[in-house]
Design a protein around this ligand. Structure first.
Ligand code: ADP
Ligand code: ADP
Length: 231
């Protein structure tokens, strides 16, 4: 049974744009699943629906076979769905540890127990093999290092599914290779990864399965070994 199943998902925005026109496919637990397509194909819309930032106007999402209502990012979190945004959400004047603890306890305000935060970051970094200096200020980090902190922040909640929206857009080729190694590590740790990309080429090296959207419709859904070079 798939961890996530999209059934005939459609989305019409209030201005009339039909971003998704009945999209159905499944995501198997413990896989790296890429969602590809040109800009405007509907990838972000589908992920926003899964993360509770937009409501579908038709269709059903199932998690572990059960139909679910994902009405907010909070609801998504309760299903173990977490997202690393294209535009990062870190507070630059705070440290890595403070940012991660804030991500975990969004209602607690800015008062953070530094020792607890450091220990939490060290434990997470060790568990997922993502090294990070808990005391570094985010403002001083490279974009790639900030992305790593975003990933740690997402993983600091109870995560089963991690969504990354165009994560390579801000990375150099060597940083992209490093990210891909990290994502393979997360898969080994049991995390299901949803990877959004407009570059089919780059996901060949990464994904177990690729779903392709075109103008709001499914145009491909195949295991990586089955994708021909004609695409
Ligand atoms: P992708 O992520 O594949 O680039 P999007 O999901 O962002 O695609 O966009 C799909 C379509 O929906 C595009 O035509 C886009 O212009 C439109 N769209 C996205 N967000 C909105 C919105 N908030 N209101 C109206 N149209 C939108
Ligand atoms: P895009 O895919 O268009 O590059 P994002 O996916 O990062 O951009 O964000 C899309 C929209 O969702 C933005 O308008 C942003 O303000 C909003 N958004 C991003 N993250 C969150 C969040 N955690 N909670 C609520 N809204 C968010």
């Amino acid at each position: 049974e798939p961890i996530i199943r999209f059934e005939a998902i459609s989305k019409r925005y209030p201005n009339g744009t039909e971003a998704l026109k009945g999209v159905s496919f499944s995501i198997e637990a413990g896989t790296i699943h890429a969602i590809c397509g040109e800009n405007g194909a509907g990838k972000s819309t589908l992920m926003k629906i899964l993360f509770g930032l937009e409501r579908a106007t038709g269709g059903t999402i199932r998690i572990d076979g059960q139909p679910v209502d994902i009405s907010s990012p909070r609801a998504a979190a309760s299903f173990g769905i977490s997202m690393v945004h294209q535009h990062f959400s870190l507070l630059p004047s705070l440290t890595v540890a403070e940012n991660i603890l804030l991500g975990q306890e969004p209602r607690r305000g800015l008062l953070v127990d530094r020792k607890a935060a450091r220990e939490r970051v060290a434990a997470l970094a060790a568990r997922y093999n993502l090294e990070a200096d808990p005391d570094a200020r985010v403002a001083g980090l490279s974009v790639a290092a900030q992305q790593k902190v975003e990933i740690l922040k997402a993983l600091s909640r109870d995560v089963r599914v991690l969504i990354l929206d165009e994560p390579t857009a801000v990375l150099t080729p060597p940083e992209t290779d490093e990210l891909f190694r990290r994502l393979h590590g997360l898969r080994r740790a049991g995390i299901t990864i949803l990877f959004i990309s407009h570059k089919l080429g780059e996901v060949r090296a990464l994904a177990d399965r690729v779903t392709t959207l075109r103008a709001g419709l499914l145009s491909g859904d195949a295991a990586m070994g089955d994708i021909s070079d004609a695409e």
